[in-house]
Design a protein around this ligand. Structure first.
Ligand SMILES: NC(=O)C1=CN([C@@H]2O[C@H](COP(=O)(O)OP(=O)(O)OC[C@H]3O[C@@H](n4cnc5c(N)ncnc54)[C@H](O)[C@@H]3O)[C@@H](O)[C@H]2O)C=CC1
Ligand SMILES: O=C(O)CCC(=O)C(=O)O
Length: 386
């Protein structure tokens, strides 16, 4: 029986895919796999039993990817599965930044006991007037799953859209509308856009990228949208930019003690992916990937190991090896197979940075002793015999 522990509620659309060879555990102890959304795993002690972590979502800054890789724990995410949910909220964010919808709703609630509210509203409404987004310039930083959808949708709404992504994939480039202007660096976005929306992962290299240096280059009154992660924006610099009017609105999906106290900031409680559809898409993808890894050893959409597959397991045994990406590992493994008289019928080996993964289908079941010999080899992180 394989044991799965959930750190956050995961949609039943995904959970119902687990058959009776799986149980949903009450604790992480002895779990084979963990499923989660935004819970932080950085401070957790992970059990030796843990083989895989499935992030039902895109961002993986809540998971210690490298220490997991060193323990042979494969971490998966669900690329694109919640992108439409986020895109729709970003479009709402553009409207919230342009018209004082939030202020208007607040005024109505405050005046709910006024019997003449219809008349009073006609006088009061001028305080909540705004601008239309049509014809305005939008800069999209990060043209991944979400950025591309946001860029295309904003263009459809009549905005002039500029996008920047130094690592733009071919897959995303072909999805991008030909109406979008791709610029070489973010400075070209900063100095001409009326609205700037950021859709990059939280990495050491992106942390605090929207800072004083960036704000200084922007147009006065620029509106900033952040549906990616709070640490991408330097909060102290944002507070100054809002106070001076350099930034006229900051719409963010990430409440923190600094941002909730900033006049001019509109803060949502991390709602980007909180739609039934996104939650289902992410859960189904995460569960499928975890099941395929636990049952067949195949890796798809990992963020710390390479993609690698031998399809469904048909042979007597499948040997899966997480190892360091160093010279000679595969030849040492295959020599050991030869010495033990284990015949390989199929194999695949892939690497990603410091780590690598190899799969071997063999004709006959292998002994515990053979498994121990494999485990004892230099540069081997984890052996799994399926
Ligand atoms: N508010 C919410 O609920 C959600 C937030 N997110 C956040 O949004 C981020 C993006 O999500 P996806 O688009 O699905 O990810 P993605 O991986 O498809 O796209 C990220 C893009 O950013 C680009 N990039 C990386 N560094 C860059 C830089 N310095 N400048 C410009 N581009 C850069 C990458 O090349 C990639 O194309 C996630 O990492 C996550 O933090 C994702 C889903 C839901
Ligand atoms: O699961 C969630 O609500 C968070 C989504 C998110 O931030 C992500 O996918 O990166």
């Amino acid at each position: 029986m394989k044991s799965v522990y959930c750190l956050n509620p995961i949609s039943n659309a995904g959970m119902s895919r687990f058959d009776d060879t799986y149980c949903i555990a009450d604790s992480i102890e002895n779990a084979d796999a963990v499923l989660l959304r935004s819970a932080s795993m950085h401070e957790m002690t992970l059990p030796d039993s843990l083989l895989a972590i499935g992030r039902a979502g895109a961002g993986v800054n809540n998971i210690p990817l490298d220490s997991c890789a060193k323990k042979g724990i494969v971490v998966f995410n669900t690329p694109g599965a919640n992108a439409n949910g986020v895109k729709e909220l970003v479009i709402a964010g553009l409207m919230l930044a342009s018209r004082d919808i939030a202020g208007g709703c607040h005024w109505v609630r405050e005046n709910k006991d006024d019997p003449n509210i219809a008349k009073t509203a006609e006088k009061a409404k001028k305080a909540f007037a705004g601008n239309e987004i049509k014809g305005k310039k939008l800069g999209v930083i990060g043209l991944g799953a979400i950025g591309v959808l946001v860029a295309n949708a904003a263009s459809e709404l009549g905005m002039e859209v500029f996008g920047c992504d130094p690592y733009l994939s071919i897959q995303n480039a072909v999805r991008l509308s030909h109406h979008i202007t791709i610029v070489k660096d973010n400075d070209e976005i900063y100095n001409q856009c009326d609205y700037i929306t950021i859709h990059v992962p939280a990495l050491d290299s992106t942390k605090g990228m929207l800072n004083k240096r960036a704000f200084d280059q922007m147009k006065d009154g620029v509106k900033i949208l952040n549906f990616a992660r709070d640490i991408l924006v330097n909060d102290a610099d944002m507070a100054d930019a809002l106070a001076s009017g350099k930034v006229s609105r900051y719409v963010t999906d990430f409440p923190n003690p600094a941002v909730v106290n900033m006049p001019g900031a509109l803060v949502l409680p991390h709602l980007g992916a909180s739609t039934e559809e996104s939650e289902e898409n992410c859960a189904v993808m995460a569960v499928n990937q975890i099941m395929d890894y636990l049952e067949n050893g195949n890796i798809e959409n990992s963020v710390n190991y390479p993609s690698c597959s031998l399809g469904y397991r048909k042979k007597a045994s499948r040997i899966c090896v997480c190892h360091y990406n160093r010279p000679n590992v595969i030849s040492q493994l295959t020599s050991l197979f030869g010495e033990a008289g284990v015949n390989i019928s199929d194999m695949v080996s892939k690497s990603r940075g410091e780590y690598a993964y190899a799969m071997f289908d063999v004709e006959a079941p292998v002994s515990d002793e053979f498994e121990k010999k494999l485990e004892a080899m230099e540069n081997i992180i984890r052996i799994r015999i399926l």
